[in-house]
Design a protein around this ligand. Structure first.
Ligand SMILES: C[S@@+](CC[C@H](N)C(=O)[O-])C[C@H]1O[C@@H](n2cnc3c(N)ncnc32)[C@H](O)[C@@H]1O
Length: 334
């Protein structure tokens, strides 16, 4: 079976081996719920959905990515879109590596690993029309018929080894995969990012610290439950504190930089970003609802009440979150 790649002309990228086609969730593009069965192709789509997804509490989850606890439905798409806009605004831009001029000049090949809905990939493709952008994700939440034509998407499980020859990309980017990998997998993935990056190219990882700072009592419970759930799945909830070290230990970077951003939750600093960040964390906690309810031993109604109290606590306790960008240039002689 061939891999699924949309829009990007194949001539722009060559692949070392044919990537395994994982599952096609075959959700309708506008609506991630299965469509009404009208014809043979719709019937096939529905069968695929039933084979590859499970629906819990009205949210759609992927079946063959057991460790990953986020859903892959319309609500999740909306969350990822708002989150992209918010963090682009907070960080005043889509990336921190010093490559703006090179991207502008063109001819740069860029990989967005775990691209989700593809917001970053598309935004970058519009900003830098002379460079080429490829988003890769295990699920097809990205658009199928994309504009601009210098962007494309591939459905692939990046833990299986990136399906590209050595030194394919000038820039490899990955954002918010904190809930997806064990620390061991992070180490292998970063090594693979280095392999597919050209000497002199850049790698940038952006991550959350899942801790809520200055938490109120409910925020503390939710933050602790998130960390407990991640740990019980073999995921290091503090992976952000390891990434720079993992990069350094490869001895393949010329320089590594870490940038940290704190963002208030709520209106206590009278910024619209604080209000939007609180909304983003609430949306994330809704995506985690199925997992966290079990850890907390609460039902849907009680969880909803907890989220309402969480919102109140934002300004009352002056809560805040931290996000990080880690970036470095692959050494010429690595
Ligand atoms: C929180 S979302 C972030 C999406 C995007 N990077 C962004 O910042 O908007 C994490 C994404 O990682 C994807 N993902 C999880 N495990 C993966 C894997 N093994 N291979 C490829 N993508 C994966 C999920 O499907 C999801 O789209």
């Amino acid at each position: 079976m061939g891999h699924r790649i949309s829009t990007l002309k194949k001539s722009k990228l060559t692949f070392k081996k044919t990537p395994q086609r994982i599952t096609n969730l075959a959700l309708t593009k506008e609506n991630s719920r299965p469509s009404m069965i009208r014809g043979e192709s719709e019937r096939e789509n529905l069968i695929e959905v039933l084979q590859t997804c499970r629906v819990i509490d009205g949210r759609v989850f992927q079946m063959d990515n057991e460790r990953y606890l986020m859903p892959c439905d319309d609500l999740e798409k909306t969350r990822l879109q708002s989150q992209h806009d918010l963090f682009k605004e907070i960080w005043i831009g889509n990336f921190s590596s010093p490559i703006h001029e090179k991207l502008k000049q063109g001819g740069m090949r860029v990989l967005d690993a775990g691209c989700g809905t593809g917001n970053w990939t598309l935004d970058m493709a519009y900003d830098y029309p002379a460079s080429t952008f490829l988003g890769v994700d295990i699920i097809e939440m990205f658009p199928n018929n994309v504009q601009p034509s210098n962007a494309g998407f591939l459905q692939y499980n990046i833990i299986n080894g990136l399906p590209f020859p050595n030194e394919t990309f000038d820039f490899v980017y990955q954002r918010f995969l904190w809930a997806a990998f064990t620390q061991e997998q992070w180490i292998h993935l970063i090594e693979d990012f280095i392999r597919v990056t050209k000497a002199g190219g850049w790698i940038e990882l952006m991550e959350f610290d899942v801790e809520i700072y200055n938490p109120g009592p409910i925020a503390k419970k939710l933050s602790d439950a998130t960390q407990k759930h991640l740990s019980s799945n073999g995921i290091n909830p503090k992976i952000h504190s390891k990434i720079s070290k993992i990069m350094t230990n490869t001895n393949k970077f010329e320089s590594i930089r870490t940038l940290e951003m704190t963002t208030p939750l709520g209106n206590w600093r009278q910024t619209s970003q604080g209000i939007k960040a609180l909304e983003d964390i609430v949306a994330t906690l809704k995506s985690l609802q199925v997992a966290l309810k079990a850890v907390l031993g609460v039902d849907n109604h009680e969880y909803k009440e907890m989220l309402e109290q969480f919102i109140e606590e934002g300004s009352k306790y002056k809560m805040y979150i931290k996000t990080f960008r880690f970036f470095g240039m692959k050494a010429e002689m690595s």
